[in-house]
Design a protein around this ligand. Structure first.
Ligand code: SAJ
Length: 443
């Protein structure tokens, strides 16, 4: 029986042994879901503490992930899910998923250390007929130029004959890991049509949405492209906001009226773009094409979005000066440190940029965030005696802030609004010196 037929049957009757390399916020949910579907799954990770926790049925992922902790507990208890740090388990695997981090470095080049290491170790433990799936987000061309050469190294192994290779990028979001995994469509890029068919058959066990077969480079482009697209959309909203400030208009009114025009959807201007994927994936897309074409729009969008936290600092300096204060005399409260509202995820947080810049300018900075452990203190005690408040995240807890109370605890009534929680009219009516991103009519 051919490897293909054999594997197809093992996928259909769930007798295939699955190994997931990297049990982080991508790998662990997918490992637990395949276990729940009836497969025997081993999560591989270099982090021994994480391995130990999972084998005790404990989910090591922080933050509120509805259903994940219970799923890990029940699947470990059932014996279908376990964790290990020994790559030899790959020798018994029929299917191996790779879900390791693929960050970019300080010069915006992909850093594939974890991916290379996983592939090299996997290469030494790969048995014939295995289906290898890369879930990590990778630059276009990476399957061809990095993954395949490593899996072929020191062997006469041929993809499609001796192993099957798929790139199926994840589409998870912190806070909705299991929900997204189940409900979001995915592209199943196969190095050969048979590989794509095997990948589709496998994911059908855990994904209830479309599973679109394609080749690997298409899958690489879809993932990096979807996030680069969102980054460009946000950058347009931010540039429109900066123009509105200059010409004395309100971007929130302007965007609303633009969006009445069919086919327009100006997103929300703001204090910056954080998170695990939007600030990174555009660079992966640009890097993938860099030998053929010099991307212009994608880097420009990144530059605009990375400028927004610094713009918020400029607005803060300007508002303090209007209140008669120099920045180096001021004590500034930053409200919101997570990168997204009602989330505890602080990766690439724009608030960190604001903190560091204010510190450079000599201001005293205090931070509050009801979702982030180290900043969870009492809100009013944090703000007490400050000369300015900077709204960086639209947490639900901040939306109903009483402006009179806020003014009462501040030394100086200075309010900078990075996420349009209040707006100029309300703030001015309460007697604040106000600056809002995109609000040129604050004066
Ligand atoms: N942001 C803006 N203006 C906007 C939207 C977002 O400034 O109009 C900022 C947010 O404050 C945040 C950052 O951009 O700092 C990212 O926000 P996001 O809503 O894009 O949230 P993410 O990073 O979790 O993006 C994920 C991505 N999904 C996946 O990677 C699977 C993204 O492609 C999705 O579009 C997004 O979720 C979503 O739809 O919510």
């Amino acid at each position: 029986m051919s490897h293909f037929t054999n594997l197809k049957e093992q996928i259909q009757n769930k007798s295939a042994a699955i190994v997931v390399i990297g049990v982080g916020y991508v790998g662990l949910p997918v490992a637990a879901r395949f276990a729940e579907a009836g497969f025997t799954v081993t999560g591989l990770d270099v982090n021994k503490e994480k391995v130990a926790l999972i084998n005790q049925g404990i989910c090591p992922i922080e933050g509120e992930e509805p259903g994940l902790a219970d799923l890990v507990k029940t699947q470990v208890a059932s014996g279908r899910l376990k964790a290990s740090h020994d790559y030899a388990v790959c020798q018994q695997a029929n299917i191996i998923l790779i879900a390791v981090e693929t960050p970019i470095d300080s010069v915006r080049q992909p850093r594939y250390l974890a991916l290379r290491s996983a592939l090299r170790t996997l290469n030494a433990n790969l048995r014939p007929g295995t289906l290898v799936i890369v879930e990590s987000t990778i630059a276009p061309g990476t399957t061809e130029r990095l993954v395949l050469p490593i899996l072929r190294a020191n062997s006469r192994r041929e993809p499609g004959r001796d192993f099957f290779l798929v790139h199926c990028p994840e589409r998870v979001m912190p806070g909705r890991l299991l929900q997204n995994l189940r409900q979001m469509s995915r592209v199943v890029g196969g190095n050969t049509p048979e590989a794509a068919e095997l990948g589709q058959a496998l994911y059908q066990h855990i994904v209830e949405a479309d599973l679109d077969k394609a080749d690997c480079v298409t899958a690489e482009l879809v993932k990096t492209g979807e996030n680069a697209y969102r980054d460009v959309q946000i950058a347009f909203a931010n540039e429109l906001a900066l123009i509105c400030e200059q010409v004395g208009a309100d971007v929130w009114t302007v965007r609303e009226l633009i969006n009445k025009s069919p086919g327009r959807n100006v997103l929300f201007p703001g204090a910056g773009v954080g998170g695990h994927c939007i600030p990174k994936d555009p660079w992966l897309l640009a890097y993938g094409a860099s030998e053929m074409v010099q991307a212009k729009l994608i880097p420009a969008a990144r530059e605009i979005n990375d400028f927004m936290p610094l713009h918020v600092v400029n607005l803060t300096v300007d508002a303090l000066e209007e209140a008669g204060l120099e920045i180096e005399q001021a004590r500034v409260a930053i409200l919101g440190f997570a990168y997204l509202e009602d989330s505890d995820d602080t990766r690439n947080s724009p608030s960190l940029v604001v903190m560091e810049r204010l510190d450079e300018l000599g201001a005293e900075v205090v931070v509050h965030d009801p979702w982030v452990h180290e900043y969870r203190g009492d809100l009013w005690e944090t703000i007490e005696g400050c000369d300015a408040v900077v709204m960086m995240v639209k947490h639900r807890a901040y939306r109903e802030l009483d402006l009179e109370t806020l003014k009462g605890v501040l030394q100086h009534p200075v309010l900078i609004d990075g996420r349009h929680l209040f707006g100029a009219e309300r703030a001015k009516a309460s007697g604040f010196v106000y600056r809002g991103v995109g609000e040129g009519n604050h004066g």
